[in-house]
Every structure is written in structure tokens, then in C-alpha cells.
Design a protein around this ligand. Structure first.
Ligand code: ZN
Length: 422
């Protein structure tokens, strides 16, 4: 049965090449007034066009009336959604003037989440993660990248990745990234290279053997992993068939963006402290997406801003993500990231929308299948209760998402199932 999503004041298609949009391409989103989307029973889009034309083209389609603006499903390409308790103490400490690195040096920060994840059972983590993924979905995220990195031992890293795999057949779509090199655990503080060795010789082969991840990420930052150690891990990942991602130049620059471009990483993330050489490298990179995480700097109360405008002017592909995690960004709203993209990073609204759709999909290797409303793409669709698409980054602090479909299946509490088969 074909279904027509009909009645939208606008359909934002983001139609175009099935790859990241770079530089000036990011401002082109293709809006159809009074548009409609035809969805086949395989969960893919049959066509997108004006409502009247689509009714004529699909006369026997079942009609699903919608009211608002339809967008491609949002792709959150950078989260750490598998964790235990929230870190409200860290939040309060920061308000009292204690810095991120001081909290980490005192054994708080990431390492407190590591102790927590190590202590929790897989089923406890699964219950917590499932609830959080439902909240992400309710904000319009139909595809979510999730990293490990709170285990930092072979067993605990595999436990986190197993939780992601266990939730894989539910919605949203999940993409797993192995981030064993997120931090050096307490037991390796005096032997940091020894920990890199453990990641490369034991964790990576096990992750690959069990087919638990598509990407491998490293936190390349002064005081965490050096560019040399990052290169060691990511080169090994490439040899194992995992494409690199990189936490790069977040708080202090260390050449992470250049390393990501050199290794043809799928993304270089954070970049608030990127150098001009890094901007040039990402501007000239063939495939590496610059993933910006403005919620993190806001939540940490830091002044730094990733130079989004300079990146785009240099020809880079920019995506926006939440960095959803318990320490530095417990936020779940990609629409809020578009507000911050416009108001704090200087993106125009169209660039911000491309940043959470096409370019988010490219940052997780899914640009050929997701991120745009076009023939043959997965019917991952978000309905926002607005009349003009530019209201998405405009209204903030409220959830405008009134409907979500993943692979054609309605998964929002307020909607009936679209295809009874799914
Ligand atoms: Zn992160």
C-alpha cells in the first residue's frame, strides 16, 4: 500500500547529490509549497512533489493528512547515549568555578561515568538508553550515532556496544562507534601508551570480530590523547576496516582537524579551537564532515565557538549534533542546535537545516540513504508544527515536533501507524 503524506504547508526536501553539501551548496534546501510525500510499503520514498500532482500520480494511495512542515528525519551524528547516572554534581561544581580539566584531574568528569558504567549490568544500561533514545526520537532524531567510551576496558567497552546492538532493531536507527580511546582509565594513568596498546591490540580486534561498530573515534586533545596516539589508534582501525572519526580541537588546538582530513575520517568533531591550517584542511577534504557541537560550549559555559562561517567559506561540509552525554552536553534537541547554529555560529537557517539532515547523514556514512526527502531514500520524516520552515531554528525551548516516521513507520505517540505491516 502506498501512503501519501498530504497537507503540509511546505516540504523541505534537501534534494540533491547523495553526499555531504559543501561550502555554498549548504544554503540550498529546496522547499516545495503545499507539498506531499508518497511512501511505498518498503519504507522508501516513491516521490515528492506538489500535493495536487502527487494525488494525481498516486490515485489509490492511502491519505495521511498532516498539518505543518515536513523535514527529512534529523540525524544526530554525535552522541554518547549509553551511560548511567547524570552528572549533576559536575554541573554544580562548574557553577562554583571549578574547571572541566580540574574536575577530570580530581577523578570526576568522564572517569566517574566510567566507574558507573563498569558497575551497571547490561540490562540496566539498556533500560536507561532505551528511554533516552525515545526522547531523542520525540525531538525528531530518526538516526542517532552512539559511541562507546565509558567502559575503557575490553569487557566494559563490549558491554556498551552490546547495548547499542540490542537496541538496534528499535527506533531511531542507531549507528555504533567504538570510542575506547575516549580517556585513559585510572589504572593506566602512569602508562598511557600502554592503554593505547590495549585499545589497538585487544579492544579493536574484539569489536571488529563481533561486528559491533562501524566507526572508530578518538578524543584527540592536549591532556587526553596526542595526535600521535590518535594516529596509532585510527590507523589500526582503518586496517580493521573501521573508518575514523575524531574528537578534534575542542578546547585547545592540537592539529586534530588536519589529522582527520589526512586519514580521510568520516568526520572531525567539535573544532572550537581549530587552527587556520585545520580550516584549510577540512575545506579541501574530499569526504570529512566538520561536525559542530554548540550545545557543549553553551553547557560548559565557555566562550569558544567553532568558526562555522570560515569553515563553510573555505568549502567545508558542516553538520550540527547534540554531543548528548552526561558531562558536557546533556541535551537531546537537534532543533535547538539549529537555533544555536544560527544565533551563535553564524549559519543561515538553510545551512543549519542541512547540518542536521544531509550533512549529519554524511557524517555517519548514510548520505546515500538518509538525510533528504527524495525518490529512493528511506522515508525518515519529521513533521513540525509550524507554517514556515524557518520557524524550526526560530522558536527555541519548545518541542515543535508533532510527528516522526522512520522507514515509513509512524513512531510518534500522537500518530497512528502509517503502514500496518510495520
Ligand atoms: Zn563527544
Amino acid at each position: 500500500m502506498t501512503t501519501l503524506l498530504l497537507g503540509a504547508s511546505q516540504v523541505v526536501t534537501c534534494r540533491g547529490p547523495a553526499r555531504a553539501r559543501r561550502g555554498a551548496e549548504m544554503a540550498d534546501i529546496d522547499v516545495i509549497d503545499n507539498g506531499a510525500i508518497a511512501v511505498g510499503d518498503d519504507g522508501n520514498i516513491l516521490d515528492v512533489g506538489r500535493g495536487g500532482d502527487m494525488r494525481a500520480a498516486f490515485p489509490s494511495a492511502e491519505i495521511e493528512e498532516v498539518e505543518g512542515v515536513l523535514f527529512p528525519g534529523f540525524v544526530d551524528c554525535h552522541t554518547h547515549a549509553v551511560f548511567g547516572a547524570p552528572r549533576v554534581e559536575d554541573h554544580e561544581r562548574r557553577a562554583r568555578g571549578v574547571g572541566y580539566k580540574e574536575i577530570a584531574a580530581a577523578g570526576g568528569g568522564i572517569l566517574s561515568s566510567v566507574r558507573d558504567v563498569r558497575a551497571k549490568s547490561p540490562s540496566e544500561l539498556e533500560v536507561l538508553t532505551r528511554a533516552r533514545l525515545q526522547m531523542l526520537l520525540a525531538q525528531g532524531s530518526t538516526t542517532v550515532e552512539v559511541k562507546s567510551g565509558y567502559g575503557l576496558s575490553l569487557d566494559a567497552e563490549l558491554k556498551q556496544l552490546d547495548v547499542i546492538r540490542a537496541l538496534h532493531h528499535q527506533r531511531p536507527n542507531l549507528i555504533a562507534t567504538f570510542l575506547g580511546a575516549h580517556e585513559v582509565p585510572a589504572e593506566y594513568r602512569d602508562d598511557r601508551d600502554g592503554y593505547v596498546d590495549l585499545v589497538v591490540r585487544e579492544m579493536l580486534p574484539a569489536v571488529v570480530q563481533h561486528g559491533l561498530a562501524r566507526f572508530c573515534d578518538v578524543f584527540c586533545e592536549p591532556g587526553v590523547f596526542t595526535p600521535g596516539q590518535s594516529r596509532t589508534v585510527l590507523t589500526a582501525a582503518l586496517e580493521h576496516g573501521l573508518r575514523p572519526k575524531l574528537h578534534a580541537d575542542e578546547l585547545d588546538g592540537s592539529g586534530g582537524a588536519e589529522l582527520a582530513a589526512e586519514l580521510n575520517a568520516v568526520s572531525a568533531d567539535h573544532l572550537a579551537a581549530i587552527s587556520q591550517a585545520g580550516i584549510d584542511a577540512l575545506g579541501n577534504a574530499s569526504d570529512t564532515v566538520a561536525v559542530l557541537l554548540p550545545g557543549t560550549m553553551m553547557f560548559l559555559g565557555r566562550e569558544g565557538r567553532a568558526p562555522a562561517r570560515r569553515l563553510i567559506d573555505a568549502g567545508a561540509a558542516v553538520a550540527l549534533a547534540t554531543d548528548f552525554n552526561p558531562g558536557s552536553s546533556p541535551g537531546m534537541s537537534l532543533p535547538l542546535m539549529t537555533t544555536m547554529g544560527v544565533s551563535q555560529l553564524g549559519l543561515v537557517p538553510a545551512e543549519a537545516v542541512i547540518g542536521i539532515t544531509v550533512n549529519g547523514a554524511a557524517a555517519v556514512g548514510e548520505a546515500n540513504r538518509r538525510g533528504q526527502l527524495a525518490k529512493g531514500f528511506a522515508a525518515d520524516v519529521v513533521l513540525a508544527s509550524v507554517a514556515d520552515w524557518r520557524e524550526l531554528p526560530y522558536w527555541y525551548g519548545v518541542n515543535l515536533v508533532a510527528g516522526v516516521w522512520v522507514g515509513g513507520a509512524a513512531c510518534h505517540p500522537s500518530l497512528k501507524p502509517l503502514n500496518s505491516a510495520s
